[in-house]
Design a protein around this ligand. Structure first.
Ligand code: RFL
Ligand code: PHB
Length: 401
């Protein structure tokens, strides 16, 4: 075999939560894989994104042996608050579902996962470029790339997992005429900050306010994560720290409004809001997982959890194939994932529509929004529906068979 060609069983593009968890699940099943990642290790470990882990995600990370720091430093939350009309209303998860969620930053999850790969002597290959997948219609697919030292290389595989996120390259390898694309772009975005300050409240607050949505989340007792609804093309230059604190405080106003304690803002960014699904999530020997196949607006806190649920299904299907049980589970991969994906799409769209100010809507629409919020917090059935989706619908339990 020429020197620049390496063989593995599963070639994985992307070291986000999907790619990193997939490789660990495969290792548990005795299946070799290699992860190729465009960014540096430091970049992946510092990229600030999600913060809420469903109970199924927590269980999976524990089962993989990477849950210790999460258990020590993560914050178990038993509910969230919906705030509107100047009042907060609590949704109690254990009472409504018997379950909880864990607030623990995605970059911390990524650090723990990378550390485990490095410990096992199988670090992702960081800082690769020019990634191209070939032969996905054959049973000898390959990934062509340039490594961090600038050398052109080929990874020959049995299967390729496209875990390279929304802006990755693998989805583009599927003939467009075979992909159905479902998409909705929202007329608003989130301005997110990290601040060195104490928690605003013991649990997350989702606030629907006439001035726009705000979310008060956490990372630790001393670091908070907060978001303000803003325009998709919002210029961060127009948001000095004082304006951010002032706007956050205004979107909390009313009865028993928490008084924000101002601290240094250490990170600011604007996140566009989009719903996006491609069907199917597979073509030949290429399997898409996570954001490469679907995006949700962050209001439901579902994106990372969906990515991890996808690879739980994929690893089980690959394990079945390598154990000689044929391709039935691989063939069912897309259908199996999409059932859960569409439920999360619905929930994320619903939370987004219920909580944001929509300037394209009229006064009738605004009244409906408030009526819906009143209904959700006052009807046990409606609160339970929100809680059941928020803590996470049943997780695929086919890993580790
Ligand atoms: P990722 O994490 O985007 O990882 C993809 C990886 O692929 C690499 N890559 C490539 N590598 C090689 N060659 C190429 N050509 C490549 N192109 C890309 C990238 O560098 C990257 O490392 O996708 P994955 O693994 O599918 O994970 C998805 C999650 O990251 C995403 O869904 C969540 O962050 C979404 N999300 C949330 N999800 C939750 O479950 N709970 C939350 O509370 C939550 N809050 C959020 C969020 C996302 C947000 N932003 C910034 C989009 C809050 C925000 C603000
Ligand atoms: C976060 O902490 O970053 C976070 C929490 C809840 C969401 C979205 C993001 O719905």
């Amino acid at each position: 075999m020429p020197e620049n060609i390496e063989r593995t069983r599963v070639g994985i593009v992307g070291a986000g939560p999907a790619g990193l968890v997939l490789a660990l699940l495969l290792r548990r099943a005795g299946i070799a894989s290699v992860i190729l990642e465009a960014r540096s290790r430091a970049y992946c470990e510092q990229r600030i994104r999600a913060g809420v882990l469903e109970h199924g995600t927590v269980d999976l990370l524990d089962a993989l042996g990477v849950g210790d720091r999460m258990r020590r430093e993560g914050l178990v939350h038993h509910g969230v608050y919906l705030r509107f009309g100047g009042r907060s209303h609590r949704i109690d998860f254990p009472d409504l579902t018997g379950k909880n969620i864990m607030v623990y930053g995605q970059h911390e999850v990524v650090k723990d996962l990378i550390a485990e790969h490095v410990r096992a002597g199988e670090s992702p290959r960081f800082e690769v470029s020019d990634v191209r997948v070939e032969g996905i219609e054959s049973d000898r697919p390959s990934i062509h790339y340039r490594d961090a030292s600038g050398a052109d290389r080929v990874l020959a595989c049995d299967f390729i997992a496209g875990c390279d996120g929304f802006h990755g390259v693998t989805r583009g390898a599927i003939p467009p005429e075979l992909l159905a694309v479902y998409e909705r772009v929202y007329p608003f975005a989130w301005l997110g900050i990290l601040s060195d300050s104490p928690p605003v409240c013991e649990e997350l607050i989702y606030s629907n306010h006439d001035r726009g949505f705000a979310l008060f989340s956490q990372r630790s007792p001393t670091v908070q994560r907060m978001y303000l609804q803003c325009a998709p093309d919002e210029d961060l230059g127009g948001w000095p720290d004082e304006r951010i604190w002032d706007e956050l405080q205004r979107r909390l106003e009313g009865e028993a409004a928490p008084q924000l304690v101002i601290g240094p803002i250490t990170q600011k960014g604007v996140t566009p809001m989009r719903s996006f699904v491609v069907e199917p999530m597979q073509y030949g020997r290429l399997f898409l997982a996570g954001d490469a196949a679907h995006i949700v607006p962050p209001t439901g806190a579902k994106g990372m959890n969906l990515a991890i649920a996808d690879v739980a299904v994929l690893s089980g299907a690959l394990a079945a194939w390598y154990a000689g049980r044929g391709s039935a589970e691989l063939d069912a991969y897309s259908t199996r994932c999409l059932g859960r994906v569409w439920k999360a799409e619905r929930f994320s769209w619903w939370m987004t529509s219920m909580l944001h100010r929509n300037d394209r809507d009229d006064a009738f629409g605004r009244r409906l929004q408030l009526a819906e919020l009143e209904y959700v917090v006052n009807s046990r059935a409606a609160s339970q529906s929100l809680a059941e989706n928020y803590v996470g619908l049943p997780f695929p339990n086919i890993y580790f068979r």
